[in-house]
Ligand binder design. Sequence first.
Ligand code: CAA
Length: 258
Amino acid sequence: MYENIRYEVKENIGYVTIDRPKALNALNNEVLDELHDVFTKISEDDSVRAVIMTGEGKAFVAGADIALMHSIDAVQGRVMMIKGHGVMNLIESVEKPVIAAVNGFALGGGCELAMACDFRIASEKAKFGQPETGLGIIPGFGGTQRLPRLVGKAMGKKLIMTGEIIDAAEALRIGLVEQVVPPEELMAEAEKLAKTIASKAPIAVAAAKAVINNGFGMDMKTASALEIEAFTAPFSSQDKTEGMGAFLEKREPVFQNK
Ligand code: CAA
């Protein structure tokens, strides 16, 4: 039903694969629309407790579509960037953990897509960068904001202003990814992380994701107040009774997302 992505759910894990290998999975309006649609579905599907996103072929995503951007004017470019931000913000705010399994090139919009996810596990073959200044533009799907937040302001500036492409080991060193694994272990490692989080109480996982994201840029006092409010939803859930009851009864909890 999609033309540029594949989506399936197996054992409570949603798998999103960007599948436009002839253009190294570059993001055009159609791919962005399909990603928006699939993450809307994911947000409404209680059976999905974690998401893994990857790319088909040798790229994760090699950026926004350069041929498309070459052919459009600034007004259309702005509309495309708004669309891109909409997708990145949706992924960042969806109430489930999203893991980027970065199999290859994650450049420009591809690096930005990976950064909108909660976690990045990279294949040893992955390459990262924001090469936009070499094309006469700047990152437009959130890179100027998410990259400095992940790797620090100066390192973010360096990568964006130089357009340098870095390998997975360097991405790990600067904190752009959390883990680097051999290519053949990439999906298994992503699944291990997805299954671990999927085994926890979904309401608690969702509340943790939201409060970490929302409190990140706040001062400590305001963020603490936010955490106290965020504590209430999981604390009043049936899964809290189940989780604590299971601990006291020395058994594994069975969470129902209630
Ligand atoms: N947009 C459109 N098409 C792309 C693309 C992109 N971002 N990246 C690669 N392709 C296409 C190539 O044009 C080529 O198509 P043809 O076979 O029709 O010629 C095909 O994918 C294969 O690419 P290459 O032959 O270049 O493959 P390679 O292995 O020699 O090089 C690469 C791989 C280093 C990733 C190189 O393709 C490359 O540099 N791509 C562009 C990376 C880039 O600059 N990304 C940033 C885009 S701007 C952006 O993303 C803005 C934003 O923030 C929103």
